[in-house]
Design a protein around this ligand. Structure first.
Ligand code: ZN
Length: 256
């Protein structure tokens, strides 16, 4: 049996125009920073590691000037290790960590998982190694450059070989962004979009955010995800949707 837990791993506050460039005037927007735990009979899988715990007390020290644009409002206990502890787990219990991508709010806790295998798309790893691309993609090596087991993945990847957890390449937001399709049971599929789609509004209005590495590719990925929702009946879990987040159960209660 597969279970999914939505873990609150912090909060960010910033100008809403960064998410919705069509707004005439930006207002302050507060978004959730989630990580997801998926329990599968063959192992436990984590989708993203949230922000580094230093962002709770010393955001500028950790993130630099970024923290003046994206202001962390995270409470103690929301960092990933504490969230796992709530479920009576430690990082060593996690077989696979998926990084949707290497931004600070998705890979900030990577360093706490030295025994796990990280599944990351090849173009994301290549960009992370290239000083020019790394800067263009807004990557900070502090998040991912540790002695960790990174396993490159190219395109779609069936993690356990049974179709239940499949990585989907959704490039564009970053060079090798990926999403995760979870077949919870027959006829019930969830898709964790990560930042390939921030909110339902972005998907409904085909609206790209201000931050994208390759806008054309991101639009293509957004279309693929919309098809999964509208043509295949998948339930979409958006990357940072305040309203959807408020309406869904959070750990320690299961999402499904
Ligand atoms: Zn994000």
């Amino acid at each position: 049996m597969i279970q999914v837990f939505a873990m609150p791993c912090g909060v960010l506050e910033f100008d809403s125009k960064l998410f919705f460039p069509n707004l005439a005037q930006g207002e302050l927007l507060t978004i959730p920073v989630p990580s997801y735990l998926i329990t599968h009979p063959k192992g436990k899988v984590l989708f993203d590691t949230g922000m580094h715990c230093q962002t709770i007390h010393d955001p500028i020290g950790r993130l630099g000037e970024v923290a003046r644009v994206f202001v962390p409002r995270t409470q103690p206990g929301q960092e990933i290790v504490a969230q796992l502890a709530q479920l009576r787990l430690t990082p060593d219990d996690i077989t696979y960590v998926i990084n949707s991508h290497f931004h600070f709010d998705h890979a900030g806790g990577n360093e706490f998982f030295p025994r796990s295998t990280f599944l990351v798309q090849q173009p994301e790893l290549e960009a992370a190694r290239d000083p020019v691309l790394r800067k263009k993609a807004f990557f900070d090596p502090k998040d991912f450059d540790h002695q960790l087991h990174y396993r490159p993945v190219s395109g779609e990847y069936d993690i356990f070989g049974d179709g239940s957890l499949v990585l989907l390449p959704t490039y564009g937001h970053t060079p090798g962004h990926q999403s995760l399709r979870i077949r919870v049971s027959k006829g019930m599929e969830l898709v964790l979009t990560g930042d390939a789609c921030y909110t339902k509004t972005n998907m409904d209005q085909d609206l790209l955010p201000a931050i994208s590495f390759d806008a054309a590719e991101m639009r293509h990925s957004l279309g693929k995800l919309r098809d999964l929702r509208d043509k295949h009946g998948a339930t979409i879990i958006y990357g940072h949707d305040p309203q959807q987040w408020q309406e869904m159960p959070h750990a320690p209660d299961p999402l499904v």
